[in-house]
Design a protein around this ligand. Structure first.
Ligand code: SAH
Ligand code: AVI
Length: 342
């Protein structure tokens, strides 16, 4: 695929690369048409994240039921200095896929206090332009020696724009759980292909735990997750000239035990239809019919290790919290072992 990403250089320490500018993403919306044309209607979870969706996700991270963020933050606090020794050994890029706000990267950057952040460049990659630009502006103020290359891109499509320098990639928050198994393996293989032998990937995984705890995290008492789910339709209304009647849908999030994952849906409470003008598509839902909006896979170490092996990656270190609820895994490209000739 040929990519035309626009580069802007507003200030010396910040460069922004936009891979989503008009003309560079010629198939925008094709995934919406494909998803809504299936018997089980579905919408890609990346469409949660317009400016309001990114804000709603930030509110979710602070909810008492949403244990993921605070548990991962605790692990990062304990391990940041060890993780950042990667840059004590040699300079390079600290790449964050699906970067969102700076909450987690700030902890890692603070962990570089032994040698300073001037030995690295921070490369956040996010589909939400507003969230990425806000986060970059804040970091430049907080870390006067830091250089940033911000990439506005879809990490499922644009990984090839990543710089080919020595790098520590991070993919935090268990965002990997929002892929199906095929998508997850495809993504991990692409990440592995972008890595050199000395590069590392730090991956956040939400681990299996009692179902009631997991289910509560996606059915919070204040209804913020419900708003986040419904915002997907509002985003389509705004960005694709659609007319979904959001009040005709309710939030549904269920932990499916056999699949070890939460499945999030929007369920029509009455007959409802919408037209997505920009995609020339009409959608009708019967009462009780759902649109599948997100999966949130939960992991065991064995399942994760199997995926890593199949993607050509190998874990070098597992960091976890005392309850084993969340893991940060350090991965390298698996070695190529040649059978010695006899
Ligand atoms: N890493 C942060 C944010 C997680 S929320 C944390 O752990 O808290 C998921 C983030 O990924 C959001 O910022 C969203 O905008 C971004 N995102 C989702 N799908 C994406 C895609 N296909 N390409 C790039 N970014 C994506
Ligand atoms: C971004 N991602 C890891 C979140 C999750 O938990 O799967 C998104 C989310 N969906 C509902 N609440 C939070």
């Amino acid at each position: 695929m040929k990519l035309s990403c626009k580069v802007t250089q507003p200030i010396e320490r910040l460069k922004i690369l936009n891979c989503l500018e008009e003309g560079s993403s010629e198939d925008t919306g094709r995934d919406i048409v494909a998803g809504l044309s299936q018997p089980q209607k579905r919408l890609p979870s990346k469409y949660f994240y317009d400016a309001h969706g990114s804000w709603l996700f930030e509110q979710i991270c602070g909810l008492p039921e949403y244990y993921l963020t605070r548990t991962e933050l605790g692990i990062l606090e304990d391990t940041a200095s060890e993780i950042m020794t990667f840059f004590a050994q040699a300079p390079g890029d600290l790449v964050e896929l699906g970067s969102g706000s700076n909450r987690k990267i700030r902890i890692l950057l603070d962990g570089a206090d032994g040698f300073g952040v001037s030995r690295l460049r921070y490369v956040p990659v996010d589909i939400s332009e507003s969230a990425l630009k806000e986060a970059c502006a804040e970091l430049l103020e907080l870390f006067p020696d830091l250089h940033i290359l911000g990439i506005i891109a879809d990490f499922t499509r644009h990984l090839e724009v990543l710089p080919r320098r020595r790098k520590l990639l991070t993919f935090l928050g268990s965002t990997i759980g929002n892929f199906s198994r095929d998508e997850r393996l495809g993504f991990l293989r692409k990440v592995a292909a972008s890595m050199n032998q000395e590069d590392r990937l730090l991956l956040g995984l939400d681990m299996l735990k009692p179902a009631d705890i997991i289910e509560a995290a996606y059915n919070d008492g204040q209804g913020v997750t419900a708003e986040f789910n419904k915002n997907l339709l509002r985003h389509l209304n705004r960005s694709f000239n659609a007319d979904f009647k959001v009040a005709d849908f309710e939030h549904q999030a269920v932990f499916v035990k056999e699949k070890e994952r939460v499945e999030m849906h929007l369920r029509a409470t009455r007959p409802t239809s919408a037209r997505i003008a920009d995609l020339d598509l009409k959608v009708a839902c019967r009462p009780g019919e759902t649109i599948h909006t997100e999966i949130c896979q939960k992991f065991s170490r064995e399942k994760a290790d199997r995926d890593f092996q199949q993607a050509g990656l190998a874990a070098t270190r597992w960091f976890t919290d005392p309850k084993g609820w969340f893991s940060l895994v350090m991965l390298k490209k698996a070695g190529v072992y040649l059978t010695p000739r006899r």
